[in-house]
Design a protein around this ligand. Structure first.
Ligand SMILES: Nc1nc2c(c(=O)[nH]1)N[C@H]1C(S)=C(S)[C@@H](COP(=O)(O)O)O[C@H]1N2
Ligand SMILES: [Mo]
Length: 311
């Protein structure tokens, strides 16, 4: 497995390499059940005791959010609307076998087995801030492949301008889908240039292990400069399309959630400010950064656009 760290939060700066490797060995050694309890304490203690400094223009430190918080404080309405519902209600979800249907403006539409879709692509670790539109945030060490590498495999036609992603629809396996809280299945989308940006990740893991069900196993999107709801979980369909996809939250409440959903402290949610955020595990709120702190890498994608209108 190739590990590169092109983001602005190198994990070696958050946790010294040796400590990180120790934790990795620890995670590998621990049984799943034991790990669920043991890792968070060990990890957070090590992170606190470690180098623990960083980053770009963030005003305070970006420390890894403990594994326990990443896996018990979730948004995943297919498994309930409470933050601790997904961890409980997705426990028995079986993310294999898994098929991803690829269609639309691609050279060869096909159904891929999960492993075939990603076979041979270099798996990377990316430590990213995750900023939920609800004004909380985390720092998560994801594992995955750049979406652009997958798209290169799928060969978009010259007519493709957007990418549309769809979550599994299966109310028997996803109890939240038996309620009408959202229009199922969950759909998200990106402009093709956003999808091709090197920061955009198709994640298959977290904390150096396969994605827990509650985090979107076996495959979910991560777009670190956008609000977390763009990071659609349990993807079963990827379509290259000509028109901007109709995405779940933007359809649900168009004045609250836009298609672009770039993190922007200047554009408040109609019901709360987006100027500050609560980092999970911290008491004081911290300022929210434009593009979640990734502006130097992604702002050119939006040159000339009115980001107050295209929120
Ligand atoms: N299919 C699906 N994907 C989803 C959601 C959801 O409810 N369903 N919630 C989104 C929201 S609002 C956030 S903040 C992130 C949370 O990801 P995490 O639970 O791994 O932190 O998942 C996103 N992806
Ligand atoms: Mo979110």
């Amino acid at each position: 497995m190739l590990i590169r760290r092109p983001s602005d939060i190198p994990s070696s700066e958050i946790t010294r390499e040796r400590v990180y490797l120790d934790r990795r060995a620890f995670i590998a050694a621990a049984g799943a059940a034991a790990a669920a309890f043991a890792i968070p304490d060990v990890a957070s203690a090590l992170v606190r005791g470690g180098a623990g400094h960083v980053v770009g223009r963030a005003q305070r430190e970006d420390k890894l959010t403990p594994f326990e918080d990443v896996t018990t404080y979730n948004n995943y309405y297919e498994f309930g609307t409470g933050k601790d519902d997904p961890a409980r209600l997705a426990r028995d979800f079986q993310p294999r076998p898994w098929t991803v249907e690829v269609g639309g403006e691609v050279a060869r539409p096909a159904r891929y087995d999960f492993d075939d879709l990603l076979r041979g692509l270099a798996v990377q670790e990316r430590v990213y801030r995750l900023r939920c539109v609800e004004a909380w945030s985390m720092v998560v060490p994801w594992r995955g492949v750049p979406l652009r590498d997958v798209l290169a495999r799928l060969q978009p036609t010259p007519r493709a301008r957007f990418v549309e992603f769809t979550t599994l629809l299966d109310p028997r396996r996803m109890p939240g889908q038996r309620s009408g809280v959202l229009a199922w299945p969950y759909v998200e989308g990106l402009r093709l240039d956003e999808a091709m940006h090197p920061l955009t990740l198709l994640a298959t893991g977290v904390y150096n292990r396969d994605l827990p069900n509650q985090n979107g196993a076996p495959l979910r999107l991560i777009v670190p400069w956008k609000y977390g709801f763009k990071g659609i979980k349990a993807i079963v369909r990827i379509r290259l399309v000509r028109e901007q996809p109709e995405t779940t939250w933007a359809l649900m409440a168009p004045n609250e959630y836009g298609f672009y959903a770039n993190v922007n402290p200047e554009v408040d949610h109609p019901r709360w400010s987006q100027g500050r955020e609560r980092r999970i595990g911290e008491f004081l709120r911290r300022p929210t950064l434009p593009f979640n702190g990734y502006g130097d890498q992604v702002a050119p994608l939006y040159a000339g656009m009115d980001l107050g209108r295209n929120f």
